[in-house]
Design a protein around this ligand. Structure first.
Ligand SMILES: Nc1ncnc2c1ncn2[C@@H]1O[C@H](COP(=O)(O)OP(=O)(O)OP(=O)(O)O)[C@@H](O)[C@H]1O
Ligand SMILES: O=C(O)c1ccc[n+]([C@@H]2O[C@H](COP(=O)([O-])O)[C@@H](O)[C@H]2O)c1
Length: 237
C-alpha cells in the first residue's frame, strides 16, 4: 500500500505520478470550477492538475465563446495559482473532443506511468453512458465526482441509468488512497463545497445586462466585457 496522499505529509516516492484533469467547456470558467479544484488539490496531492477546455464539445450546443476566448479566460483565471495548469490540446484538435482520446494521449506522454484522475460534476456524470467509448474510461482513469446543487447525489442514488449503475457498482470509494492503490477504474466521490454557479447563469446575466461580479474572477469579467462576449452584440467572436 502507498503512503498518505495528503499534501501536508509530503510526496511519497513510492507512489505513481498522480495527474488531475478537469475537463469542461468552460464557457466561461467560474468560481464553481475553481473552488472545486482548489479543494481537491488540498485533499489529493496531485503532481499536476490541468484544466482542459473542450474544443468542440460532443453532447451540447456550440459554446457562446470561441475556443480562443475560452482558453484565454481559463488561462487568465488561473494565472496566480501555481497549483493549476491549463492544457489546450483539445482546442487544437480538429473535430469534436472525446475524453478517451485525451486520456490516451496523456498515457502515451507519461509512458504509461501516470495515474489519471478525471474530475466530473454530478450533472455530467449522469450522462456518462452517452460518451464516446465510455466504458474505456474506466481502463484509462479514475473518476472524481463532485456534487452540484440541484443535481441528484450520485453516490447514494438509485436513480442513475441502469447502464451506469451496473458498470459502476464495484467502483465507488470515499477513500482518496484508493486512487493510488489502483491504476484506474475507481470512482471517488469528493466532498467539496457546493457552489450554485453555472456558466449558463453567467451567460444569461451578461445577456440581460446584469452583474456577474463575484461569480468568477474579476480578470475574467474584464475580459468578457472587453471582448463583448455573451452579450449577443459581438459578431466576430
Ligand atoms: N458549480 C459547480 N460545482 C461543481 N462542478 C461544476 C460546477 N460547475 C460546473 N461543474 C462541472 O465542471 C465540468 C465542466 O463544466 P462546464 O464548463 O460545462 O460548466 P457549467 O457551469 O456546467 O456550464 P453550462 O452551464 O454551460 O453547462 C462539468 O463536469 C461540470 O459538471
Ligand atoms: O468523450 C465524450 O464523448 C464526452 C462527452 C461529453 C463531455 N465530455 C467531456 O466532459 C467534460 C465536461 O463537459 P461539459 O459538456 O459538461 O462541459 C469535458 O471535458 C468534455 O470534453 C466528453
Amino acid at each position: 500500500m502507498y503512503a498518505d496522499l495528503s499534501c501536508s505529509s509530503g510526496r511519497s516516492t513510492e507512489r505513481p505520478v498522480l495527474i488531475g484533469i478537469y475537463g469542461g467547456t468552460f464557457d466561461p470558467l467560474h468560481y464553481g470550477h475553481l473552488r472545486v479544484a482548489e479543494e481537491l488539490i488540498d485533499t489529493i496531492c496531485f503532481d499536476q492538475f490541468f484544466f482542459v477546455p473542450a474544443g468542440e464539445p460532443r453532447l451540447r450546443d456550440s459554446p457562446g465563446a470561441s475556443k480562443h476566448h475560452r482558453v484565454r479566460m481559463v488561462s487568465l483565471s488561473i494565472q496566480n495559482n501555481t497549483r493549476f495548469s491549463m492544457d489546450d490540446r483539445e482546442t487544437k484538435r480538429s473535430g469534436v473532443s472525446t475524453t478517451v482520446s485525451t486520456l490516451q494521449e496523456y498515457h502515451q506522454e507519461y509512458d504509461g506511468k501516470a495515474v489519471l484522475c478525471f474530475v466530473i460534476g454530478a450533472d455530467a456524470f449522469v450522462k456518462i453512458h452517452c460518451w464516446h467509448h465510455w466504458r474505456e474510461l474506466f481502463q484509462l482513469c479514475h473518476l472524481i465526482i463532485v456534487e452540484r446543487p440541484g443535481c441528484i447525489r450520485v453516490s447514494d442514488s438509485t436513480q442513475l441509468p441502469q447502464k451506469i449503475l451496473s458498470e459502476c457498482a464495484s467502483r465507488w470509494t470515499t477513500d482518496p488512497r484508493d486512487l493510488v492503490r489502483h491504476f484506474s477504474g475507481m470512482i471517488y466521490t469528493a466532498d467539496t463545497t457546493l457552489l450554485d454557479i453555472s456558466a449558463t447563469q453567467i451567460r444569461s446575466l451578461v445577456k440581460t445586462g446584469k452583474s456577474i461580479r463575484y461569480l468568477l474572477p474579476d480578470i475574467t469579467l474584464d475580459y468578457i466585457k472587453t471582448h463583448n462576449l455573451y452579450s449577443g452584440k459581438n459578431e466576430f467572436r
